[in-house]
Ligand binder design. Structure first.
Ligand SMILES: Cc1cc2nc3c(=O)[nH]c(=O)nc-3n(C[C@H](O)[C@H](O)[C@H](O)COP(=O)(O)OP(=O)(O)OC[C@H]3O[C@@H](n4cnc5c(N)ncnc54)[C@H](O)[C@@H]3O)c2cc1C
Length: 508
C-alpha cells in the first residue's frame, strides 16, 4: 500500500500563485499554512489509515441504526475534539471563523485521505452557511454551537424514489402542527442519514408545502432527537454501492417527524441552493483529491516496478517508458489544473465581488474536476497494469469512489445544460469568464486561439443549445484548464513548465 501524503504544497501554490487568495480581506498566509499542515498530519496519521478497512468492512444496519466501520468512531471523536467541524462557524458560536478557501484546502485533504468519512462529516459547513443565511436567531443559537463542536452532523435530504434530478417531483409533505410542522414521506440516497459517530443528526429536508412545482417546496430542519427522544424518522435500508462503502447511503421514512421551517415558506429551493452550491464545489474538490491520489499511487509504483529495457539496454522501470510517462503527466496535469480551477472559483466566491462569474464558473468547475478525478483514477489503473485492477494498491478504490462525483450534486449532463442555457442567458457571466481567460493566457498564442474558437461556439449556442450543451461544456472546461496552466507555468517551476507544454499539445 502506498501511504496517503497530503498535497499541502500544491494546494498552497494554487491558492497563492493562481487563485490570488491574498485578495481576500481576511487572508492570513502563515495561519493558512499552519492549519493545512496540522490537518495534513491528522489526515495522514488518523483518517487515511482507516480508509482501506472502511472500504472492506462497509456500514451495517442493525436494529434500525447504522453502524460505521471499525475505527471511524475514534477518528471522528479526534476530529471533533480538534475543532475541525467548526472550521467555518463564527467564533461566537464556538467556531474558528476561517474563510471558504482555507476550508476548501482542509476538505480536499480530507477527501483524498478518506472520501467516505469526508462525505459523512462535510455537509456541516454547508448547513452552517444555510443557517447563517436563512435560519432564525433561535435556530442559529440552537444549532451552530452543536455543529461546530461536532455534537451533531448534518444531512441534505432532497432525493426521493420518483425525484432525482427533477426536484419538482418531490412528494414528501410538510403540514403545520401548532407552532411547528410535521413531515411525512420517503427520502432515498441520503448520505449519513444515520451513523454512530455523533450524538445526533440535523436533517435539512426539502418538503412540499404547496402544489406549484419547485415553488411549492420549503426547507425544514428536523432534529433526529428533539427533547432527547427519537424523532419519527426511520432508516429503512442502506444501499449496496460500487464505492464509498464506509459512507452510509440511507433510505429514510419520515412518519410525521417534528420539524421547523427554515426561512420562508415556498423558499426551500433557494435556501437549499446555499447548501447545494457549497456541496457542488466540495464535490469538485473530491474530484481534485481523487486525481491527486491516483497520481500519487501511480507515480510511486511506476518508479519501483521493473519492466522492459531502456533504449540504452539497461533495465527499465515503468516510468522510463514514454507511454507510462504520458499517463503520469496527464494525471499530474489534471490534478494540478483542476485544483487551480477549484481554488480560483472558491476565492472568487469568498470575495463575493463578481456573482455572475462565480455562477458561470461553478458548473464548469464541478464537471471538469470530477471528470478529471475519474480520468486520472482510470489512468492510474492502467499504469499499475494487473495490479491496478486488483485491490492491493487501492487505485481501484479511488476509481470506484470517484465515479459517483459525476452523478451526485447535479449529474454532469445537467450542469452542461444549465451552462448552455441559464449560463449564457445573462451575458455578464460569459463575458466575465472570457475576460478571466484573456487575463490568464496573456499573449499565449494557443490560449488565444482556443478563446476565439470558444467565442465562435458561444455565438452559435442560440440554436439547439441542448444538443450542443455537452460539447460547449467540454470546450469551456478545457479552455479554462489550459488558461490556468499558462498561469501555473508563469511561476517558472521546471516541472510545471514541462507539464504546461504537454497540456498545450493535448487533444480533447
Ligand atoms: C452515493 C450517493 C450519495 C448520495 N447522497 C445524497 C444526499 O446526501 N442527499 C440527496 O438528496 N441525494 C443524494 N444522492 C442522490 C443523487 O443526488 C442522485 O442520484 C442524483 O441527483 C441523480 O438522480 P437519479 O439517481 O434519480 O438519476 P436521474 O435523475 O434518473 O438521472 C439519470 C441520468 O440521466 C441524465 N439526466 C437526468 N435528467 C436530465 C436532464 N434534465 N438533462 C440532462 N440529463 C439528465 C443524467 O445523466 C443522469 O445521470 C446520492 C446518491 C448516491 C449514489
Amino acid at each position: 500500500m502506498i501511504p496517503f501524503k497530503a498535497p499541502v504544497e500544491d494546494i498552497l501554490t494554487c491558492l497563492r500563485g493562481v487563485a490570488g487568495a491574498a485578495r481576500l480581506p481576511d487572508w492570513d498566509d502563515t495561519l493558512t499554512e499552519e492549519i493545512l499542515g496540522h490537518f495534513a498530519s491528522f489526515a495522514e496519521g488518523v483518517i487515511a489509515p482507516i480508509d482501506e478497512k472502511g472500504d472492506a468492512q462497509g456500514c451495517r444496519l442493525e436494529g434500525g441504526r447504522v453502524r460505521m466501520p471499525d475505527g471511524f468512531g475514534e477518528a471522528y471523536a479526534q476530529l471533533a475534539e480538534g475543532g475541525w467541524q467548526g472550521l467555518t462557524a463564527p467564533e461566537d458560536h464556538g467556531g474558528m471563523a476561517q474563510n471558504a478557501a482555507v476550508a476548501a484546502g482542509v476538505s480536499e485533504i480530507f477527501s483524498g485521505a478518506n472520501h467516505s468519512l469526508q462525505m459523512v462529516c462535510n455537509l456541516v459547513p454547508g448547513a452552517i452557511s444555510t443557517l447563517l443565511k436563512f435560519g432564525s436567531e433561535a435556530q442559529q443559537n440552537a444549532w451552530l454551537p452543536r455543529l461546530a463542536a461536532g455534537e451533531v452532523l448534518s444531512t441534505m435530504c432532497l432525493t426521493e424514489p420518483g425525484a432525482g434530478s427533477d426536484l419538482s417531483r418531490i412528494r414528501t409533505r410538510a403540514t403545520r402542527d401548532g407552532d411547528g410542522w410535521r413531515i411525512e414521506g420517503e427520502k432515498i440516497f441520503i448520505s449519513g442519514g444515520d451513523q454512530d459517530l455523533s450524538e445526533g443528526v440535523l436533517h435539512l429536508v426539502l418538503a412540499r408545502t404547496g402544489e406549484d412545482g419547485v415553488k411549492g417546496l420549503s426547507l425544514f430542519l428536523c432534529d433526529s432527537d428533539p427533547d432527547g427522544e427519537r424523532n419519527a424518522i426511520a432508516v429503512t435500508r442502506i444501499e449496496e454501492k460500487l464505492g464509498l462503502h464506509a459512507s452510509p447511503t440511507c433510505q429514510l421514512a419520515f412518519d410525521g417527524a417534528r420539524a421547523e421551517l427554515i426561512g420562508q415558506e415556498g423558499g426551500g429551493l433557494m435556501a437549499m441552493f446555499t447548501m447545494m452550491n457549497h456541496a457542488r464545489l466540495d464535490v469538485a474538490l473530491q474530484g481534485v483529491a481523487h486525481a491527486s491520489r491516483a497520481h500519487q499511487i501511480a507515480a510511486a509504483y511506476a518508479e519501483e516496478r521493473r519492466q522492459g529495457r531502456r533504449p540504452d539496454g539497461g533495465e527499465a522501470v515503468l516510468a522510463d517508458h514514454p507511454d507510462v510517462r504520458r499517463m503520469l503527466d496527464t494525471q499530474r496535469s489534471l490534478a494540478l489544473g483542476a485544483r487551480a480551477m477549484a481554488y480560483l472559483t472558491m476565492v472568487e466566491l469568498a470575495l463575493g465581488e463578481n456573482r455572475a462569474l462565480v455562477d458561470f464558473l461553478t458548473p464548469v468547475c464541478k464537471v471538469f474536476c470530477t471528470e478529471a478525478g475519474i480520468t486520472a483514477a482510470d489512468l492510474g489503473i492502467q499504469v499499475l497494469g494487473g495490479y491496478g485492477y486488483l485491490t492491493e494498491y487501492r487505485v481501484s478504490q479511488t476509481w470506484r469512489d470517484a465515479r459517483i462525483t459525476a452523478i451526485y450534486e447535479g449529474a454532469n449532463g445537467i450542469h452542461a445544460v444549465a451552462l448552455a442555457t441559464r449560463g449564457l442567458r445573462d451575458p455578464g457571466g460569459a463575458d466575465a469568464f472570457a475576460d478571466l481567460v484573456q487575463e490568464l493566457v496573456g499573449d499565449d498564442a494557443n490560449g488565444l486561439a482556443l478563446l476565439s474558437g470558444w467565442q465562435e461556439m458561444r455565438a452559435e449556442m442560440g440554436t439547439d443549445p441542448l444538443e450542443k450543451a455537452h460539447d460547449f461544456m467540454m470546450l469551456t472546461g478545457e479552455l479554462l484548464f489550459r488558461a490556468l496552466w499558462c498561469r501555473i507555468a508563469a511561476g517558472g517551476d521546471e516541472e510545471h513548465l514541462r507539464l504546461a507544454r504537454t497540456v498545450a499539445r493535448r487533444r480533447f
